[in-house]
Design a protein around this ligand. Structure first.
Ligand code: FE
Length: 203
């Protein structure tokens, strides 16, 4: 059985952090990175339904959305060869790799009619955390770096990200297409059945 206490503890700490930081993104990244790094340092807690790949496309499962929509937590599950379009986020985000390996390609903000320029590329392994936002670089493409395996990353964003109006970009001419990502599942993990630990405490 997966140990959801780890995810629950992370969400408690993130709720405290976004309450304390407000719009101070530097502090949010500084203090939020180690929280996410700790969450993805162990791979024993993500329930299998939220780790399931699809042969068609990558999956984005909602694990938690703050009731005030100040942040959301998702598992992204990449099958072999799967990748996103070049896209933006419009809000802060942190990505921690849980399983496998991811490739991230950063792009400059497009100039209309010009081919988009790649500004960097990195690979992230389990336990590593990367950041995105309009202030630190918001446009990228993410792909599974494994040709023959599943990769999973845990993403936290400064909004109910599945309902945010965003853009994908054509690398050839920078043309922006609006999109709203939604989520791959209608259910979220039940973080709140703490009956076993309570019963254990009664004995
Ligand atoms: Fe992204």
């Amino acid at each position: 059985m997966s140990d959801l206490a780890r995810l629950r503890d992370y969400i408690v700490e993130m709720t405290r952090l976004v309450t304390a930081t407000g719009t101070d993104e530097m502090r949010l990244f500084r203090e939020g990175r180690p929280l996410l790094a700790d969450l993805v340092s162990g791979d024993d807690w993500l329930p299998p339904p939220f780790a399931a790949p699809s042969p068609q496309t990558y999956r984005q499962y909602l694990l938690w959305c703050d009731p005030l929509e100040r942040f959301s937590v998702l598992s992204f599950v990449w099958g072999p060869g799967q990748k996103t379009a070049i896209h933006d986020h419009t809000v802060w985000g942190m990505v921690g790799v849980l399983r496998g390996r991811e490739r991230c390609e950063d792009y400059e903000r497009p100039e209309p009619g010009r081919a988009m320029r790649k500004t960097g590329e990195c690979f992230a392994d389990p336990g590593e955390v990367t950041t995105v936002s309009p202030s630190v670089g918001d446009i990228h493409r993410v792909s599974n770096a494994l040709a023959d395996g599943t990769s999973i990353s845990i993403h936290v964003y400064g909004a109910n990200i599945g309902a945010v109006r965003r853009h994908s970009f054509d690398p050839g001419d920078g043309r922006a297409t609006p999109f709203v990502s939604g989520y791959s599942s209608d259910v979220v993990p039940n973080l709140w059945d703490r009956s076993a630990e309570v019963r254990a405490g009664l004995r």
